[in-house]
Design a protein around this ligand. Structure first.
Ligand SMILES: O=C(O)c1cc(=O)[nH]c(=O)n1[C@@H]1O[C@H](COP(=O)(O)O)[C@@H](O)[C@H]1O
Length: 235
């Protein structure tokens, strides 16, 4: 498979534990996501070494700050050779545009996406922070803002994927965490979907962490999901 749909979330406390998993994985089968925990513990050197091993790396640091700071952070991330990075759409239009402009127009630039509403958030959580309307309303509003600012796509729940593809077009990239194979534990995720259902709904890439990294046999868990997806795509 040349365009792996699965992004394995490397939510590990240090480089050694992350690399122990990565040693079992194949860049033809999955991409990798480095988030706040691992990046803070292991630093940019780890990101570069994953990229040098041939993995497409999604640097998930969810930048959210004043426009100039975010633009400079995006430039620094691009210099690490990542495939994709993200910012928070809640940072607003000026921040989103500054982030996008910082990456320039080269064909080799990383994809830039924005987090809409975290998949861990329920309607009750939204009310607490003053967001009115349904999760779908908030995601559509933030994704439209992101689209208008010229970004490549959003992170959203697969539950919102069909609506976003319909409204913002097929080429707007949808990256969906909150993926749970049937019977898997939900953990802190609220708005979840199975891998096959998420792709059918319009997800372009599936971010999967604990169902793979906490499995007794992580490689087998990845292969099982991969097979399930491939069977659905090529029946
Ligand atoms: O930006 C993300 O990747 C992200 C956004 C979001 O709304 N929800 C979400 O779960 N994530 C990330 O996706 C991964 C999900 O991991 P699991 O819940 O273990 O599959 C974690 O690394 C989260 O940081």
């Amino acid at each position: 498979m040349n365009d792996p749909k699965i992004i394995v979330a490397l939510d590990y406390p240090n480089a050694d534990s992350a690399m122990a998993l990565v040693a079992q994985l194949d860049p033809q089968l999955c991409r990798l996501k480095v988030g706040k925990q691992l990046f803070t513990a292991a630093g940019p050197g780890l990101v570069e070494s994953l990229a040098n091993k041939g993995f497409a790396v999604f640097l998930d640091l969810k930048f959210h700050d004043i426009p100039t700071t975010v633009a400079l952070a995006c430039k620094a991330a691009a210099n690490l050779g990542v495939w994709m990075m993200n910012v928070h759409a809640l940072g607003g239009s000026s921040m989103l545009r500054a982030a996008r402009e910082a990456l320039g127009e080269s064909a080799q630039r990383p994809l830039l996406i924005a987090v809409t509403l975290l998949t861990s958030m329920s309607e009750t959580d939204m009310v607490e922070i003053g967001l009115t309307g349904s999760p779908q309303d908030a995601v559509l509003r933030l994704a439209s803002l992101t689209h208008a600012a010229g970004l490549d796509g959003v992170v959203c729940s697969a539950q919102e994927a069909a609506l976003l593809k319909q409204t913002l077009g097929q080429s707007f990239c949808l990256v969906t965490p909150g993926i749970r194979p049937a019977m898997a534990a939900l953990g802190d995720q609220q708005r979840v979907m199975t891998p096959v259902a998420a792709l059918a709904a319009g997800s372009d890439y599936l971010v999967i962490g604990r169902p793979i990294t906490h499995a007794a046999d992580p490689l087998k868990a990845l292969q099982n999901i991969h097979t399930e997806i491939s069977n659905e795509e090529n029946p």
